[in-house]
Design a protein around this ligand. Sequence first.
Ligand code: S3P
Length: 431
Amino acid sequence: MIFNKVKTLQGEIAVPGDKSISHRAVMLGSLAEGTTEITNFLQGADCLSTIRCFRQLGAEIEATASSNTVTIHGKGLHGLLPPQEVLDVGNSGTTMRLISGILSGQSFPVTLTGDESIRRRPMGRIIEPLRRMGADIESLQHNDCAPLFINRSKLSALKGIHYNSPVASAQVKSCILLAGLYAEGETTVTEPFLSRDHTERMLKEFGAAIHANGNTVTITPNPHLTGRSIPVPGDISSAAYFIAAGLIVPNSELVIKNVGINPTRDGILHVCRRSGADIRYENVSQIGGEPVADIIVRHSDLHGIEIGGSIIPTLIDEIPILAVLACFAKGRTVIRDASELKVKESNRIDVMVENLSKMGADIIATEDGMLIQGGKPLHGAVIDSKSDHRIAMSFAIAGLMAEGETEIHNAQCVDISYPEFYEDLKRISKN
Ligand code: S3P
């Protein structure tokens, strides 16, 4: 797909539903008693993988391609059925890690696999704590990666643990908390920095006994979850591409409607404001236990900043687009404490550095991040997205500001989290 320079960006966008929240709504809806209605569900490939897996586990899920409303007739915590075939999570790390927690508490065996990218990503980080809880889980190739085989626990029930996670990962935390639904006694997770807390918020909405205190969260099992309505806010990780584009393309002004601004996800807004961005909220409200707002962004003169420490988990998926933004900021941007980027859908440090360098940027990779000297004009190049949706979207935005053509290979991988991304971008692009 080819991208060219645009003059300005103007208009209003409603980004699709939040990916993390959509996954969790399908999972908890399937485990609840009664009906759960999810509105503004993200029809991205990852969330459709979660629906497919839960259907294989016997959940009754009404979902069609033409509607973003999904209705689930829950099976109850102990109502899932053994699947006839291997569960395939596709490209979705969230599905793989969260479902493993749930499946560790079931009374049947199951094999989980996924695409080539998922089979390279680290699963030792969930295998180890789940085993401590008494789960019978193994990596079939003995390399701490998928495929995973999960058998019924040899214990009568999993046992609660206090897990001090070495990584600030919502996927690890959520996996353990979901296993905790099936454990005897309390399950507690402490993480080095607070990661996204959608699982905690939604479990509370479904009636679970869960209590958070700083970076520590504890779940006490109770006999059932209760189905409910879940309105899904727009995904701030998808909005991030338009926020960045609005800031760097001259004379732009964009309104992004109904975006989730959960404080464990809004790091992108903090760092943009710190570098001089004109970003405002309107219509701030609360839906389904999550804060939302319309975001108004205007073209701004940005300066380089340092990004590291506890803010990293709150903007982890936005670092690729932040690297693009840094190329247009005056001075140096330092991104550190972000080595988790190496184990995402692609190695996002290497892929960003390689491709932005091709476009003429002054960027180098460090052990745990990147150094970017802003202000060098970008020129078009041929970009391999490595089939990573966040890489493809980041370079589509870089292409709007580059001299000449930017050609993105495997551009359709945006289907993972934002199938209509290119149409929405085209609609607001003015020449
Ligand atoms: C996610 C958590 C993050 C994020 C991923 C979605 C989630 O991963 O990168 O896109 O829904 O829990 P980690 O928690 O492993 O950092």
